[in-house]
Design a protein around this ligand. Sequence first.
Ligand code: SF4
Ligand code: SF4
Length: 185
Amino acid sequence: MTLFSKNLFLLFLLMGLISNIFSQNLNEAAIINFRGELKKIGDQWFLNTGDDFYAIQLSPEEFLINNHILLENKKEIEIRGILKEDEIEVYNLIYEKIELALRDENGIPLWESDEADFQPYEVMPEKCIGCQLCVKYCPYDAISMVKGMAVIDQEKCVACGICTDGNNGSFKGCPTNAIKKPSSQ
Ligand code: SF4
Ligand code: SF4
């Protein structure tokens, strides 16, 4: 190897090293923790930290609801994400003691792999006592009463699990375990 090619090789090695260090620092520095109050304007959620006001880029609503997260105005939320101009791309959040990852460390959306598991829920009529609690609490309006028994609209159900597991509030899920995923029946 000539002196020139040796120097050239060293130069490329050094440039690669610098660029690697720089991009690592950039990625690490870009992920920031935020804490504040939620505000919804139209279809867009915002975070009011007290000092700043940011738009927040979340997953599709179905993914949040599937993980028992129903965002409400003026509630406190913690976010870990990347600030892009005035918008936070959310990687993780903590809301009402539920911690949820929306993206992996490389920014890949986790809700896309979750969609593969999607299976609408069904009511087992022999167990339904017609209490209508599931009708009241289904966030997608997917359940209706037919001849005194609950029926789930397979087109509307997003498999959030609230009708079986409850909503982390006063509803604890179907009291007779009459609703299950088709695969677990
Ligand atoms: S909550 Fe359960 S028992 Fe009550 S209506 Fe719905 S499926 Fe039937
Ligand atoms: S029927 Fe149950 S699982 Fe389906 S969207 Fe409504 S609450 Fe969620």
